[in-house]
Design a protein around this ligand. Structure first.
Ligand code: FE2
Ligand code: FE2
Length: 328
């Protein structure tokens, strides 16, 4: 097939791709479909057209109020610092998925996911500079900002993935950990971010939209890899459920809520100052963003996590895992 605009499938086209929640619950994509030959035109030349370096176009600016000192800017700096570090650390872990992949289709897919996550880390980090954080010493600034989040949240969940895929050599278990526990929990935070910043920080909203288009693919292909493995090896079910159970036990020890609420409270203060910019914008149907509270937003993200997990786990053929993972 000649490469043209028609090489960009609807799920990676900026104008037609679904939102994260919808896409992650309804799309079906496999590693065989999403190989390197798919990714190059569909993502590198499709999703990322005009947005490769910064994650947004010039028509999606960083407004002056985002560069001015205050809680709104502090909230965004904390959020993007944490998410940039999370994406960087995830990229490093994904190197082991590339190494352990059972077939070439899976290897190529994880090579593309690795680049996707490295890009997310880059564009989140670069937006900090657009907010006026000095480029000199940026990595040190992020490390300082995220030190506790890293120790409390990121290190334990990524160590769990590393133990599974690298130390136990369990590729499929590792895919389940990444798809269900890591992406499954980070994705609703990404969805919330896109909705929260939509009116306040158009550059950040575009960056989030681009990342969400990628995350749909990571969630759906990861689910498909687990599903195909279970179909061919029904006896793998017990070991997979055991990984899910251990993932849940681990998650219950992680103070994610405490960390997320710090930035949500900062956002709340900023929202009070800049509410006029948000107007009647609805963060979800029937609820204006200006009427929401930090805890309410966190709880909505948890409900999205549950909804997405239920849909993906049923698709994988692990409906028993829904109850194990339920957060709300
Ligand atoms: Fe990502
Ligand atoms: Fe991802």
């Amino acid at each position: 097939m000649a490469e043209s605009a028609s090489s960009i499938p609807p799920e990676t086209d900026w104008d037609t791709a679904p939102g994260l929640l919808d896409g992650a619950m309804t799309l079906e994509l496999s590693a065989e479909q999403c190989n390197l030959g798919y990714w190059l035109p569909a993502v590198a030349q499709g999703t990322l057209r005009d947005r490769a370096r910064t994650g947004h176009t010039d028509a999606e600016p960083t407004p002056a109020h985002m560069r001015a000192d205050g809680p709104l800017r502090d909230a965004q700096i904390l959020e993007l610092g944490c998410r940039s570090l999370a994406e960087e650390q995830a990229t490093r872990v994904l190197g082991h998925y590339v190494a352990q992949a059972t077939g070439v289709a899976e290897m190529e897919f994880f090579a593309t996911q690795l680049v996707d996550e490295a890009r997310h880390s880059m564009v989140f980090r670069n937006h900090l500079v657009e907010l006026g954080v000095p480029a000199v010493g940026l990595f040190d600034t992020i490390a300082e900002l995220t030190a506790d989040y890293r120790i409390d949240v990121l290190d334990p969940i990524l160590d769990f993935a590393l133990r599974t895929v690298r130390d136990d050599g369990d590729f499929i278990g590792g895919v389940a950990v990444f798809t269900i526990v890591i992406e499954g929990v980070l994705a609703p935070a990404a969805e919330l971010s896109e909705r929260k910043w939509n009116r306040l920080d158009p550059a950040a909203a575009a960056i989030a939209r681009g990342a969400s288009i990628d995350e749909i693919r990571h969630l759906t292909v990861g689910s498909s890899i687990v599903r195909e493995h279970l179909r061919r090896n029904p006896s793998a079910r017990a070991a997979l459920l055991d990984v899910v159970r251990r993932g849940r036990e681990l998650w219950d020890t992680i103070p994610d809520r405490k960390h997320i609420l710090v930035r949500e409270h900062l956002f709340q203060e900023g929202l009070r100052e800049h509410g006029a910019l948000v107007g009647d914008y609805e963060v979800w149907p029937g609820t204006r963003l200006v009427d929401t509270e930090p805890e309410e937003r966190y709880e909505m993200a948890e409900r999205w996590t549950d909804k997405m997990a239920a849909a993906r786990l049923a698709y994988m053929g692990l409906p028993e895992a829904v109850e194990i993972l339920r957060l709300t």
